[in-house]
Design a protein. Sequence first.
Length: 295
Amino acid sequence: MTPDWIACDWGTSNLRLWAMKDGAPVGERRSDRGMGRLDGPQAFEDALIEAAGDWAAPPVTVVACGMVGARQGWIEAPYIPVPAKPSASGLVRAPTRTPGLSVHIVPGMSQADPADVMRGEETQIAGHLALHRNWDGVLCLPGTHTKWAHVSVDEVVSFQTYMTGEMFAVLGQHSVLRHSLTDGWDDAAFEAGLEQGFDRPERLANRLFSLRAESLLSDPAPGAARARLSGLLIGAEIASAKPYWLGQRVAVLGDGVQADLYLRALAVQSVPVERSDATRATLAGLAAAHAALTA
């Protein structure tokens, strides 16, 4: 199969490719050779060709988003300062050795005050807006670094980032809490953590140690501490982001369990919330970037 072009989402841990033909994906391939597993910019081209296989037969155009455009990526794609339309212009061409291979990277977005940046999420936002015309409101994009973006008139007006996912991983693997987090899940514990995190976010550090103390003094259900830790962190995040989502149209742009948790957490606060498919949005955003490239 010879695709018209290749869509690429290149993160820190993984690489996802889609063969695009007649405006639609006709195949998908994945690799664990994310930015964090590559030894410098010179390694990206080989990783792409290996993952693409026969799709990479020249001539071929690749449109990529994500950490491939970071300072530690293939080539740095400068940030577009907000307010601005995401992925509207400014694609950066990566240097290539392979004849007939053309790689174009979508720029990220930046905010000066308070300082913030995003890479990859701007493409999902662009895709969401392409799929939902005239959509205004606040998008929540769960992830290692969760984004909350205020969108109006097809522009990202402002955004803010929470390291909730990374904090959960660091606390669970490298803090004293690692001795208390067992496998499994407890819905009641998650909802209790949500309530505590939302109602008293200033006591988060104290509540975190209580997880350890409770595991020493009682016999919590399997997975209860893990679920409550997740609830505490997400609850505190949603409390902090309340000025963003209060009174706004809200959508969670994400897939899988993590998106489910944010949907539940917002529902607990009686926030009317929509769900937007992250993969579909990524493809729509990359398609929009490709259309701008070829216009």
